[in-house]
Design a protein around this ligand. Structure first.
Ligand code: NDP
Length: 333
């Protein structure tokens, strides 16, 4: 079997040379364990933080010379647990390899008759739940709100825009990089207006798109997007600090928004979001999302690369915006 190791810690943007494709023997499950043939693996922006040696992140760094890890789906091909028989489709955390030995207690069976396995890494999985928790708990959307979402063409952002509408938003504005993505936001994901942040100032474009201001901002990007949003917020506005991808490759501490003091006068709430704290909402979200998907009310795109050897390329592409919707690697049919 083949797996991807991290062989050097990136400084700034990660490079292909930071990863290596390594062949190893298929591992054997011990008592209470499963051998899983992985079908799909996820690449996610948080993985960039785990490639750094430093402390300060909320999860420990990846080890050098060992396989990376992350969300994956697969099929159980050998089982030493009565609870999870051979043939079960599962979600687990040992991606970046073709075969994984996983404790039976660390997998979640998935229903692939309800949705394809890949959906459990995207719209029905962690990214979808992140969008839902952000807009229901962290920066709740109320009926009639104007909502702004950055990273809006990505896995979390594309769901956030559609969930915001479902929660009663009167106007939903998204920002993404490039004219094609901006067009997609409006034509496919149902945003009312789109900002191409590469085409000019976010603050100016947001002022045009939301002349009466913004009530809820779902922040995937940080930096100029957060500053623009603070400037556009209405009094009492809520901001979910979900991600800051514009800063993940930074090698020096990044200054905060210059207009943060405006949060005082407007009595804004800026609140950090970690999806790990919201898994109690997973059943309620899964029901909502599965229903919306079945009714054709939730559009979920995927960008797929084939083969474990392309996993580094998928990660590097994700960090540069090569994806629309969820970025995935298909490992087996
Ligand atoms: P996406 O599918 O959104 O992919 C990342 C996107 O980031 C790219 O497609 C690219 O889109 C955009 N991007 C890259 N660089 C920049 C930049 N400098 N400025 C603006 N946009 C940029 O990834 P996810 O949906 O998985 O994650 C989105 C965000 O949510 C990330 O910040 C991630 O860390 C965060 N997150 C947080 C969680 C939590 O619990 N707090 C859980 C899951 C995700 P474009 O072409 O538009 O530039």
């Amino acid at each position: 079997q083949r797996e991807i190791h991290l062989v050097s810690r990136p400084v700034g943007e990660a490079r292909a040379q930071d990863f290596a494709l390594v062949e190893s023997a298929i591992p054997q499950p011990g008592e209470g364990q499963l051998l899983v043939r992985n079908t799909w693996m996820s690449v996610d922006p948080y993985m960039r933080g785990r490639m750094n040696a430093g402390t300060g992140s909320y999860i420990p760094p990846f080890e050098l010379g060992a396989p990376l890890s992350g969300g994956a789906t697969g099929t159980v091909v050998a089982s030493r647990s009565a609870a999870v028989p051979v043939g079960t489709a599962v979600l687990h955390q040992l991606g970046w390899r073709e075969y994984a030995v996983v404790d039976a207690s660390a997998v979640m069976p998935i229903d692939v008759s309800l949705a394809p396995a890949s959906a459990y890494l995207g719209v029905l999985g962690m990214p979808g739940l992140t969008a839902y928790a952000g807009l229901t708990e962290v920066a709740p959307v109320a009926e009639g709100d104007v909502v702004f979402v950055s990273g809006a063409a990505g896995a979390v952002g594309s769901v956030a825009g559609q969930i915001a509408r479902r929660l009663g938003a009167s106007r939903v504005i998204g920002s993404a990089g490039g004219p094609e993505k901006a067009k997609k936001l409006v034509e496919e994901f149902g945003f009312d207006a789109a900002i191409d942040y590469r085409a000019g100032s976010v603050a100016e474009q947001l002022a045009q798109a939301a002349p009466a201001g913004v009530d809820v901002y779902f922040d995937n990007v940080g930096g100029d997007h957060l500053e623009a949003a603070i400037g556009a917020m209405r009094p009492g506005g809520r901001i979910a600090l979900c991600g800051a991808i514009s800063q993940y490759n930074a090698t020096e501490p990044v200054p905060g928004p210059r207009n943060l003091a405006a949060a005082i006068g407007k009595q804004l709430t800026l609140r950090g979001l970690l999806v790990g704290s919201y898994y109690h909402l997973a059943p309620e979200y899964a029901r909502l999302a599965a229903g919306m998907l079945a009714a054709g009310e939730l559009r979920a795109e995927e960008t797929v690369l084939d083969g474990i050897d392309r996993a580094p390329e998928a990660f590097l592409g994700l960090m540069r915006g090569a994806n629309t919707g969820k970025m995935l690697v298909r490992l087996a049919g």
